[in-house]
Design a protein around this ligand. Structure first.
Ligand SMILES: *Cc1c(COP(=O)(O)O)cnc(C)c1O
Length: 360
């Protein structure tokens, strides 16, 4: 730390991203990316013509992307704002709405919520998931501050229904309820259509997971025109040109290409189903997931040892040291051949009577 750092940031514990090794020989199942590349229409949209305009600033209103989202979701343009990844929109939202008060979210969820609460001076109020790692929705009624729920939840993949979200909204008329739908397209119910009826709802989505664009950094927030104006107030006080030219075009093309999107989602859901069956067949317990990842646990293998043993076989999954999920690993659903490779490696490990005694 330099002597110039603001004292209030001295204790800040930054978010730890999953490893991003640049080694192409790894099977990478650790950060919930889509295993399929962007569709041909996205590649086509990144034309030379646009690259040759990189000397000019991009559209601060992100017009073509907002228009594509507006048409796709049937939401007026004034109820949408785009961000440099949904992380930026989450940051803007915590900055705009947490107001130094309390922010409620599950004890096991996306690690950034805790970090943003800290950065923006709010108190993080962790609500424990139940013993099956599920959200008990009533725990979020009548809070006294902002509520953040990832649906499906991060790290666990479990989802709540739109009706349950609606009950949270009804029981928190004066609190902003932020629903982070990063994984919603893999099978959960979106709460997007509730934004007309509930002016305390903010829905945030990303193109990083279901739309094959993690590297482009594109997120979107949906809410009442007033909420969106508030987020724009922060955006224009911070970084008006928050999306670059290429990402704006890539994002718009990805949203418009329903066919490619449906194809990728279909494959990932099929692969998830088969992978869960295979893992259960090997004695793993799997938390029921509607996301593009699963949390897996085996009585004979510690989460950390399993992670390490897979890593030594060039398969990268994620292990979290949080007490409640340290016995698990989180596995992103990749291509079918990738999951088969993981299954064979796991069979080999278990065949040796567990990997606890194996030198890794
Ligand atoms: C991946 C993820 C994000 C971040 O998405 P970006 O758009 O890539 O910044 C946000 N929330 C959750 C729950 C995520 O898993």
């Amino acid at each position: 730390m330099s002597r110039f750092l603001d004292k209030k940031h001295e204790a800040l514990k930054p978010y730890t991203p999953g490893e991003q090794p640049q080694n192409v020989n790894l099977i990478k199942l650790n950060t919930n990316e889509n295993p399929f590349p962007p569709g041909p229409k996205v590649i086509g949209a990144l034309s030379d013509a646009e690259s040759s305009k990189l000397n000019l600033y991009p559209d601060p209103e992100v017009g073509v992307l907002i228009k594509a989202a507006s048409e796709y979701y049937g939401v007026p343009e004034g109820m949408i704002v785009a961000g440099n990844g949904s992380d930026e929109l989450l940051a803007f939202s915590f900055m705009a709405f947490s107001g130094g008060g309390s922010v409620y979210f599950p004890d096991i969820s996306y690690g950034f919520y805790r970090v943003y609460a800290e950065v923006f001076g709010a108190s993080a109020r962790l609500i424990a998931l139940d013993d099956n790692l599920m959200i008990n929705i009533e725990d979020y009624y009548n809070a006294d501050g902002m509520i953040v729920i990832a649906n499906p939840n991060a790290q666990t993949g479990t989802a709540v229904t739109r009706r349950e979200i609606e009950r949270v909204l009804k029981n928190n008329e004066n609190n902003l309820v932020l629903i982070d739908e990063a994984y919603v397209d893999f099978g959960a119910e979106s709460s997007l259509r509730l934004i007309d009826e509930y002016d305390n709802l903010l829905v945030i989505q990303t193109l990083s997971k279901a739309r094959n664009l993690a590297g482009a950094r594109v997120g979107m927030a949906f809410g009442s025109e007033e909420i969106i104006r508030d987020i724009n107030r922060i955006k224009y006080s911070f970084n008006p040109y928050n999306l670059n030219r290429l990402s704006i075009l890539a994002g718009a093309a990805a949203i418009r290409d329903r066919e490619y999107f449906d194809g990728c989602i279909g494959k990932i859901k099929d692969t998830r189903k088969k992978f869960v069956e295979d893992m259960e067949g090997l004695g793993f317990s799997i938390v029921p997931s509607l996301a593009n990842f699963v949390l897996a646990h085996h009585d004979k293998i510690s989460g950390e040892e399993y992670y390490r043993a897979l890593r030594s076989r060039n398969i990268l999954v994620r292990h979290f040291s949080d007490e409640r999920i340290k016995d698990y690993v989180r596995v992103t659903i990749g291509r079918e051949d990738e999951m088969e490779a993981l299954i064979s490696a796991t069979k080999e490990l278990l065949g040796k009577g567990g990997i606890i005694h194996e030198k890794v």
